[in-house]
Design a protein around this ligand. Sequence first.
Ligand SMILES: [Zn+2]
Ligand SMILES: [Zn+2]
Length: 418
Amino acid sequence: MQTSESPVPETATFEVTPAVLHVAERAFERGLCPECFGRLVGRYGHGLTNPERAQRLAVSLGRPLPLLTHPCSLCGGAFDRWDVWLGRVRTATEGWEYHRFNCGSRWDPERLAHEETLWTEFGTTGGESARSAFNRELGKRVEKLAGADGVTSQPDLVLLADLPTGRLEVTVLPLYVRGRYLKEDRTLPQTRWPCRRCQGRGCDFCGGTGKTYASSVEELVAAPFLSASGGEGSRFHGMGREDINARMLGTGRPFVLEVLRPRRRTLDLPALEAEVNRTAAGRVAVHELAWCDGAEVVRIKEATPTKSYRVVVRGSTTGAKVNEALSFVAGRPIAQRTPTRVAHRRADRVRARRILAARLVESSEDRFTIELRAESGTYIKEWVEGDGGRTDPNLSQLVGAPLTVEALDVLEIHDRAG
Ligand SMILES: [Zn+2]
Ligand SMILES: [Zn+2]
């Protein structure tokens, strides 16, 4: 079988050495299709398809390639049904925009084991596996069909041909957008928070919304992306998170939004940024949006930037005492046991953290505004109030009077130089 679509390039090389000829002699007329016959020496030479290799071997043996009366004993005819597979690809990818894809295939393990047995029997050390050849050949054809690139990393779609069942499975990879968000609204959690009673299905307790809070930074940022892309859902990854009642100010907090199963991928990012900022005005703002890949999620999750805060504290003490306590605290280690309020979702342990700098910026009778910079992972409210002694030392203890946090803002996330 000579394939019609690809003339053999002039740079193609395939030397039929005595070793190659020896393999060919043993494998000839053993019920292999030209693809599988040529593939026995598929890693010798380059620029030829496997059927073209088979043709060269036949010429060297001085005999025509045999016509098969049964399906190939190795691949079962997998390489003879490209039209069928391309039809399945067309159907399964209908309505999904993609520019980069990856092909895989699932084979009967017995066939793959049989292939290795044949390699041993015919004495070849340059065989290519049926699976890798199938994936490559299907990929070449899908490239032409869809005008898309076959890639090994960051595909938009993964196509998996299941040979035993003849099904084509499509996995749609997410879109990833990174950026920074600011939050003005003191009632917004960072991510969608499923109702505790119904786990998101909707019940009387949550008014059928399935949520504990009406909205979130995630939902406000994701909404324009979901409608523009036709995506089916989102995931939101922040570089840490602020308390629901804390504002996020300064240049904002880095995040990655994942848009799950998007139907459209060619999106106008500046327009979407403007749309988020218009629809979420007064609550959330985003900027510096850019496309990224999944590795950015890991980078964001692993970052441990220091952070600056403004805390408004109330208590029966004086500015002088607060000042004295703050001068004691800077740079010294504090031991923080997992706060009571998050103990239900975090392991109970003691962390060593430091307040790097702290100063009193305003004080009236019993209200004090403090600005401070702390290591990543420091619980600020607990450091001020003490959390029943679980943070040690704490500011209440240092001034000798119980203090409560009235308001907390994150002023800056110091994740970049300067
Ligand atoms: Zn075959
Ligand atoms: Zn509910």
